[in-house]
Design a protein around this ligand. Structure first.
Ligand SMILES: Nc1ncnc2c1ncn2[C@@H]1O[C@H](COP(=O)(O)OP(=O)(O)O)[C@@H](O)[C@H]1O
Ligand SMILES: O=P(O)(O)OC[C@H]1O[C@](O)(COP(=O)(O)O)[C@@H](O)[C@@H]1O
Length: 319
């Protein structure tokens, strides 16, 4: 393994820079040259590669976003686009690629591996929607950002004795809503993985109010959506004054937490180790507090399951 390329793809996530730094520094430590690819698979197709040295990743461990930029690239989903990318990798003499992103990015890495090009995936997404790993890089930071927002919304919600509906990211995965809901003391969690009944929600809110609860919080995942309309319907049905707040992209920025920096550093080094060992089509992750690696295909086939214990606990603790 002489030349390693690295790209960040899909949505960005706090901690991606720490992973870019770890890949670059550990690859150089092991005698490799490192090339950064700008704008994910888009940059690969366009040949937007540049050599990275030790100082190119200096002073980035604490920064959110990704210095390599991120993009969604439809052309790469087509065979023809991937062939262009492969040609670029060959022209630059690259021997292996590290892809930091989510499940879509991993599918891209898998396809490249199937075309004979060694590729390794590192999970970078705030959604935590990859079942093979306990945590994805960025999830912990996003949770802390959401908790900070809930804490602030709680203050005004308390003063005005209102219901607050807080809409967080997660199109298919409700982990941000669920875990932030537990940590933020929410009454109700609305996520794509669990059915709910609006009348039951209204009943719970009325009962809470009757026993003296001054304000309540509903955490709602983007995949459910419609938080403003829900606030109005609940007001109409219960008389409880309600406000919706959509947190949006604030959740994807910011300085990564210590935890995200640590796992990003460990996973980056592991990805380089795998390439040095001649491995391909693997993803790295963290399971039971250990850094692991797994075949991409197997990892993507693992079905995501709702953590029913946490879901139930939120309900129990908010009686
Ligand atoms: N089935 C696929 N085959 C090849 N490349 C893919 C595939 N799905 C996604 N990609 C590439 O990965 C990029 C990021 O995927 P996306 O699903 O948007 O984000 P994430 O990686 O965070 O899940 C896409 O824009 C595309 O370039
Ligand atoms: O960058 P965009 O298009 O606003 O994407 C928003 C989406 O990105 C995410 O933050 C991360 O999603 P991915 O992991 O698929 O990139 C989602 O929670 C959100 O739905």
């Amino acid at each position: 393994m002489k030349k390693i390329a690295i790209l960040t793809s899909g949505g960005d996530a706090p901690g991606m820079n720490a992973a870019v730094r770890a890949v670059t520094r550990s690859a150089i430590y092991n005698g490799c040259k490192v090339y950064g690819v700008n704008r994910g698979y888009r940059g690969l197709i366009d040949g937007d590669l540049f050599e990275m040295d030790l100082s190119s990743v200096g002073d980035i461990i604490h920064r959110g976003g990704t210095i390599l930029k991120s993009a969604r690239c439809l052309e790469f989903i087509e065979e023809e686009g991937r062939q262009k990318a492969l040609n670029v990798l060959r022209v630059f003499g690259i021997d292996g690629l590290v892809v930091i992103g989510g499940d879509g990015s991993f599918q891209g890495a898998q396809k490249l591996s199937e075309m004979g090009f060694p590729a390794i995936g590192i999970p970078g997404t705030i959604d935590n929607d990859l079942a093979y790993t306990d945590y994805t890089i960025g999830f912990d930071t996003a949770l802390n950002t959401v908790i900070d927002a809930i804490t602030k919304i709680r203050d005004t919600s308390y003063s005005h004795e209102r219901l607050s509906i807080i809409e967080v990211m997660g199109r298919h995965c409700g982990d941000i809503a669920l875990y932030a809901g537990l940590a933020g003391g929410a009454e109700i969690i609305l996520i794509p993985e669990a059915d709910y009944n609006e009348d039951d929600i209204c009943k719970k809110l009325i009962q809470s109010k009757n026993r003296g609860k001054a304000h309540s919080i509903i955490m709602l995942a983007e995949g459910i959506g419609g938080s403003q309309d829900l606030a109005e319907r609940i007001k109409d049905k219960t008389g409880i004054e309600s406000r919706a707040t959509i947190l949006g992209h604030i959740q994807r920025g910011g300085s990564p937490s210590a935890f995200d920096r640590i796992i990003a550093s460990q996973m980056g080094a592991k990805a380089v180790e795998l390439l040095m060992d001649g491995k391909s089509s693997r993803v790295v992750g963290i399971k039971n507090n250990s850094i692991i690696d797994m075949d991409i295909h197997e990892a993507l086939a693992i079905e995501r399951k709702l953590n029913k214990d946490i879901y139930k606990l939120v309900d129990v603790l908010s009686i």
